[in-house]
Design a protein around this ligand. Structure first.
Ligand code: ZN
Ligand code: FE
Length: 259
């Protein structure tokens, strides 16, 4: 299976998995880059997977639907996405192109947000996670519909996936996230190294993604709410106590106004 990031809008990625014949796309906010990739590579569209209802994730579904030729749109059961779609919730599995995707509920950015985890790609490659706007490299989504406690739990579940899991986020927000992460944890050496590597990728016009779960555990402050320096920084920003939800809530509020 080949894993491709299709850039869309200003900073979105539409992720595509394909076997040189058939493709699965995740969160096609815009149909045009998907259509161009399918036509360019001579691929049929086997399925569309959606993580949450925001327009930059579902805007291209209607225009791509005619290409599905019997394939289906799958999405979060608790959100309204373009009909018809097959509803998914925590613990469900989706079998496509010989792959079995596991559905994980990750509320926080939106109330019904789901992620898709692929433990094995059939060719001995590392697991893959499609996490939409829940986990970004170095950051997490804004809490539009959920609470800090929900996001803390959701990120905790993703942190529990194997360290080599390839993390396919829906936005290229890494550089600005890392600027914030360094304000939170200036002494984190792994973060400093990763920042240099990501800056080089962006200077070369390349995506910083996929990241890995191990990388995020080491550098993402929102996944490090129990690290002493992160707790201290959050408390200077008003975290009421050292609990995960309080720390995450303070970090998120700080990040919202960080420049
Ligand atoms: Zn979103
Ligand atoms: Fe988004």
């Amino acid at each position: 299976m080949k894993l491709v990031a299709l850039p869309a809008f200003t900073d979105n990625y539409i992720w595509m998995l394909h076997d040189d014949r058939q493709a699965i796309v995740v969160d096609p906010g815009d149909a045009a880059p998907v259509a161009a990739a399918l036509d360019g590579l001579g691929l049929a569209l086997a399925a569309i997977l959606v993580t949450h209802h925001h327009p930059d994730h579902v805007g291209g579904v209607a225009a791509l639907r005619p290409r599905l030729q019997g394939g289906q749109v799958w999405g979060p059961a608790r959100e309204s996405i373009p009909l018809p779609f097959l509803p998914l919730a925590d613990g469900d599995v989706v079998d496509l192109l010989g792959l079995r995707f596991q559905v994980i509920d990750v509320p926080g950015h939106t109330a019904g947000h789901i992620a898709y985890y692929l433990p094995a790609t059939g060719d001995g490659e590392a697991p893959v996670l499609f996490c939409g706007d829940t986990l970004f490299s170095g950051g997490c989504g804004r809490l539009f519909e959920g609470t800090p406690a929900q996001m803390h739990q959701s990120l905790g579940r993703l942190a529990g996936l194997p360290g080599n899991t390839r993390v396919c986020c829906a936005h290229e927000y890494t550089e600005s996230n890392l600027k914030f992460a360094q304000a939170v944890e200036p002494a984190n050496a792994a973060l400093a190294r990763y920042t240099v590597a990501c800056r080089a990728l962006r200077a070369g016009g390349l995506p910083t993604l996929p990241s890995t779960i191990a990388q995020e555990r080491a550098i993402n402050p929102f996944m490090r709410c129990n690290a002493p320096d992160v707790i201290t920084a959050a408390q200077t920003q008003g975290a009421a106590d050292a609990s995960g939800p309080a720390v995450l809530g303070a970090l998120r509020a700080w990040k919202n106004q960080f420049r």
